[in-house]
Ligand binder design. Structure first.
Ligand SMILES: NC(=O)c1ccc[n+]([C@@H]2O[C@H](COP(=O)([O-])OP(=O)(O)OC[C@H]3O[C@@H](n4cnc5c(N)ncnc54)[C@H](O)[C@@H]3O)[C@@H](O)[C@H]2O)c1
Length: 397
């Protein structure tokens, strides 16, 4: 994660004050000596050594002041072995059961392909591990609820990507909206798409699709800022009927690659998200201090508006418009933590006792909204959600 590393001296000092919380989380010994002795590092097992592991693992390595990777696992064993060799980790495994029976660890980082998330999350929680999972946590809301309940029963923590709510720009927008300076929030729009991944076929098969892979970011941001959603209307389609993927060659596309989602929030605000694997291949210009980037998210209020420059998982700044002032002000240009830094972020929350802004209840609500979108497409009806999450995420200042 790109956030400045906590200096070891300060980390130990913070640990002394938060030791009880960390001990309760099961990382430190419960003894009163805990604050005086060097902290035990959180032991991490990484499962899924595909494309995204190439971004996650360096982030975990960069957090080596608080954690150590003790094993890798992949059902393609050569991939687990390659990561283990590259990062000089002794243990690697070909399946989750062997991993859980092998070298002991505290946090399971599940970055397998989507169809495997539920089974791997369940196995990890049943074994009493904290679990960080890539999105979505499970295919259905019922299965997601089961996982949240399991985590409670086992006394462990469970979190899911994406990490959009931990960016300084998310905090800034949440505080602006809560201050009332911009009036009432009435409407919002998010857009995220590209040409689609070309390495794995599962992105285009049942259980995949652009909504779960890409739309999930904007939905997390918009529900995070505007609050829970009550009802959803969705339309989905397939623009590109066949694709070539590195692992399977030519495949038939089964999941949505062009999706439009409309949400009514409990506050009364309306928002929508458009997402696709069929958009032009353009990527936003690389983040630098000078380059202006297109807006990907707009929030309209009765006395002003907010416009996010850059993707919500790697934003550049927020442009603010206020009624009566005739120019946009570009504010909050702080660098955001890496989108691949979620597992390191939650590990740091575990180690320090810091309140984690990412919650499984929020991720379950986002899953509820995404599934409602698909149900709306199937049935032609608007669909009520059935979940809630603790909101606001950022307390008003
Ligand atoms: N690649 C990205 O840029 C990116 C970015 C953000 C999030 N993600 C998310 O990360 C996850 C993984 O994406 P990816 O692009 O790395 O996919 P991928 O297909 O490249 O890699 C997935 C890996 O998981 C392994 N795997 C699947 N089931 C398994 C199981 N039961 N046990 C052990 N290993 C298993 C596969 O063999 C493969 O090596 C997805 O949820 C995706 O949405 C990916």
């Amino acid at each position: 994660m790109n956030q400045p590393p906590i200096e070891r001296r300060n980390f130990l000092k913070r640990l002394a004050t938060t030791g009880a919380i960390a001990a309760a989380a099961g990382i430190l010994p419960q003894s009163s000596k805990a604050a005086a002795t060097p902290p035990k590092k959180l032991r991490v097992g990484v499962i899924g050594c595909g494309n995204v592991a190439g971004s996650y693992v360096p982030n975990l390595i960069a957090a080596s002041d608080i954690l150590e990777i003790v094993s890798f696992c992949d059902i393609i064993p050569l991939r687990a072995e390659a990561f283990a060799k590259r990062y000089q980790v002794k243990d690697y495994y070909p399946d989750v059961d062997k991993m859980l029976a092998g070298a002991g660890f505290d946090l399971l980082v599940n970055i397998t392909s989507m169809p495997s998330h539920y089974a791997v999350n369940k196995a990890g929680l049943l074994a009493g591990k904290h679990v960080w999972s890539e999105k979505p946590m499970a295919p259905t809301v019922a299965q997601g609820r089961e996982l949240l309940d399991l985590a409670k029963t086992k006394g462990v923590r469970f979190w899911q990507a994406p990490v959009v709510v931990i960016t300084p720009q998310f905090r800034f927008m949440a505080e602006q909206l809560a201050s009332g300076n911009l009036g009432t929030v009435v409407a919002a729009h998010g857009s995220y798409g590209h040409g689609g991944p070309d390495w794995s076929a599962w992105f285009y098969q049942q259980g995949g699709g652009c909504l779960y892979d890409l739309g999930v970011y904007n939905i997390t941001t918009l529900t995070g800022l505007l609050g829970p959603v009550q009802e959803v209307v969705g339309m989905t389609g397939i623009v590109t009927a066949t694709r070539r993927c590195a692992d399977r060659g030519e495949i038939q596309v089964e999941a949505d690659d062009n999706t439009m989602l409309l949400m009514r929030h409990a506050s009364g605000a309306l928002s929508h998200v458009q997402t696709g694997f069929c958009y032009s291949e353009f990527e936003l210009p690389p983040v630098n201090k000078e380059a202006v980037q297109p807006h990907t998210l707009d929030i309209m209020c009765t006395k002003g508006s907010l416009h996010l420059q850059g993707w919500d998982w790697g934003p550049r700044c927020v442009d603010v418009a206020v009624t009566g002032k005739n120019r946009l002000q570009s504010l909050c240009k702080e660098e955001a933590p890496s989108w691949a830094g979620g597992a390191s972020y939650v590990a740091r929350c575990l180690a320090t006792g810091e309140r984690c802004l990412i919650t499984p209840e929020h991720a379950l609500h986002v899953l509820d909204v995404m599934n409602a979108c698909h149900e709306s497409q199937r049935s032609g009806r608007r669909i009520a959600t059935t979940t809630q999450f603790p909101w606001p995420i950022i307390p008003a200042v």
